[in-house]
Design a protein around this ligand. Structure first.
Ligand code: PEP
Ligand code: MG
Length: 584
């Protein structure tokens, strides 16, 4: 039987459904005495202790989730709300716990905000655990699952997911949840596939789940098992074959060096990136540090994370991008109102410039961390030279203050910009005189050049980095960077697209930044690329590219080493191939 859900974490998982049982606990109102208050507070204490023990046994990121539950269990307002109801209404603890926690959950849910709705999930999660403890049920211990489990639940709670031993689990299925649910975030950080929107799976069912397509095969046939095992095996072999590139220099066949960097977001990515054989971090998306919490991280908190990244990479650079919120990245407590055109609105540097205190705290944290490694600062969404000048002057002022306070920071920290607006790309020559480096954000550059919302499926066929308008701008930016002798990298998703690698190298791009898992594959392509040939081919044809098929012909020409030939009619001789932006 095949079921269709939504894939929220990539990969294929084969295993047996381990269905998490929910206890049916009676929460109806009953007459009871004041001893119920004592029973409730004892249960809250016991649950805090259990969660505390589990938090001590898992990594920091997961421990934080459990600790946030412990904090709520110790919240005096919440505790007294339950105790007051027990006393005032002379009712049983189960009734009061259910009523109070549900009321809070409902409040969060009604906010209409996705992140606050996650808080509602947390309230329900704590409530269910409390009710279980009050009734003497053991909490499921997911660190002792049978091997090859596919964890299946109506809703996989965060406290449960945070305790999982990844060596025993091959994936997740939940009836409820979305891409930003904690479960999806945890699955992605574990590198495990996850599908949501599918229920009714029985304990012990054999499952194949595809976290990319959202497909689930229940009790697959031998043929289906064989097909998916060979798919997994194929991927495993591809990854293994690339291992020979680990430790090799990233240079073209004619000796040009290219740096390969990792993109990171969560604190846990630092370790993965430092083990991925990357030459550094090309994009640290710091907005992730601001998500899933109720207030901005302090300067000290940020400093600790940036310092950790700086120490992990030592001499290798860590490019920290300042807060890029707005657009599709909402953070409720930052006071971003709904806008008509969020991608064109109060976003990134525009927001930070108006919230200087917040911006300065982040910059101070970055500057202080720069004393421990090779940190560079990168400014997102720059469209006007005044934005760069403002940020640079603020950084200068902060350096002065740190020096006056005798606080250490790295000298001459590089300040670069993301080139992701058409304005910055077209004015690259002017920006190159005042920025220490460029990093082209192809995700946004494509969106803004093509006037296509990067998240809108209805217009997705226009969203292609292969469009000549995008490729020609990238070429222009790289030429201006070279003319002014500053490094120019790529840090959007195109940076890990193997079909574009030779194009970037031939343009003279000096750094490509990507998900850690892609580093070895891109290195293998660069080592098979002749820079001089790629450059000659691009210089000769890039200005003539008119449509996506022209681009594809150039990219294929770079792959095969066969230059495009021009027909007597002046048309390029191109192979007709299907392109990702095709209109079919
Ligand atoms: C980009 O726009 O290409 C980029 C790397 O930034 P983000 O995807 O975070 O907007
Ligand atoms: Mg961007």
């Amino acid at each position: 039987m095949r079921l269709q859900g939504a894939g929220v974490s990539e990969g294929i998982g084969i295993g047996f459904a381990y269905v998490l049982q929910e206890h049916a606990i009676d929460v109806s109102k009953k007459d009871a005495g004041p001893e119920e208050g004592y029973r409730f507070s004892k249960a809250a204490e016991a649950l805090s202790r259990i969660l505390g023990e589990r938090a001590a046994a898992v990594d920091k990121e997961r421990a934080e989730i459990l600790e946030s539950h412990i904090m709520l269990l110790r919240d005096p307002v919440l505790l007294s709300d339950v105790e007051k109801m027990i006393t005032d209404e002379r009712c049983n603890g189960e009734y009061a716990v259910n009523a109070v926690f549900e009321a809070y959950a409902e409040l969060f849910r009604q906010s209409g905000d996705e992140l606050l709705s996650m808080r509602a999930d947390d309230m329900r999660d704590i409530k269910n655990n409390l009710l279980a403890v009050m009734n003497g049920y053991a909490l499921p211990d997911l660190s002792v699952l049978p091997k090859d489990s596919i964890l299946t639940a109506e809703e996989l709670t965060t406290s449960a997911a945070a305790c999982i031993d990844e060596a025993l689990v091959n994936g997740f299925v939940a009836a409820k949840g979305g891409t930003t649910s904690h479960m999806a975030i945890i699955a992605r950080s574990m590198g495990l596939p996850a599908v949501v929107g599918v229920g009714g799976i029985a304990h012990g069912d054999r499952l194949i789940i595809n976290g990319g397509t959202g497909e689930i095969i229940v009790n697959p046939s031998q043929a289906e098992l064989a097909e998916y095992r060979s798919l997994m095996e194929g991927r495993r072999r591809e990854r293994q074959a690339l291992e020979k590139y680990r430790g090799m220099p990233t240079e073209t066949s004619d000796g040009r060096q290219v740096e390969l960097y990792a993109n990171i977001g969560l604190e846990a990515d630092i370790l993965k990136a430092s083990q991925a054989d990357a030459d550094g971090v090309g994009l640290f998306r710091t907005e992730f540090l601001f998500m899933n919490r109720s207030a901005a991280p302090s300067e000290e908190e940020q400093f600790a994370v940036y310092k950790k990244a700086a120490l992990a990479f030592g001499k290798r650079p860590v490019i920290i991008r300042t807060l890029d919120i707005g657009g599709d990245k909402e953070i409720p407590y930052l006071g971003l109102e709904k806008e008509e055109n969020p991608f064109l609105g109060w976003r990134a540097i525009r927001y930070c410039a108006d919230r200087e205190e917040l911006f300065a705290a982040q910059l101070r944290a970055i500057l202080r961390a720069s004393a421990f490694g090779t940190i560079k600062i990168m400014l997102p969404m720059i469209a006007d030279l005044r934005e760069l000048r403002y940020a640079r002057s603020l950084i200068r002022r902060l350096c002065g203050e740190l020096a006056a306070q005798g606080i250490a920071f790295g000298q001459n920290i590089a300040v670069g910009i993301m080139v992701e607006t058409p304005a910055a790309a077209l004015l690259a020559g002017a920006f190159a005189k005042e920025a220490d480096f460029f990093s082209i954000g192809t995700n946004d550059l494509t969106q803004y050049v093509m006037a296509v919302d990067r998240g809108n499926q209805k217009v997705a066929k226009l969203y292609s980095a292969y469009n000549p308008a995008v490729l020609r701008l990238i070429y222009h930016v790289s030429q201006e960077a070279r003319r002014h002798n500053i490094p120019c990298g790529i840090c959007g998703e195109a940076g890990s697209d193997p079909l574009l690698t030779r194009f970037f190298v031939g343009c003279g791009i000096s750094e490509l930044s990507m998900a850690s898992a892609c580093v070895l594959e891109i290195r293998s392509i660069i080592r098979q690329t002749a820079y001089a040939d790629a450059k000659a081919m691009i210089d000769a044809s890039v200005e003539q590219l008119a449509d996506v098929e022209d681009s594809m012909a150039l990219l294929q020409g770079l792959e095969s080493g066969q230059p495009l030939r021009t027909s007597p009619l002046g048309q390029t001789n191109r192979q007709v191939i299907s392109s990702p932006g095709s209109w079919s």
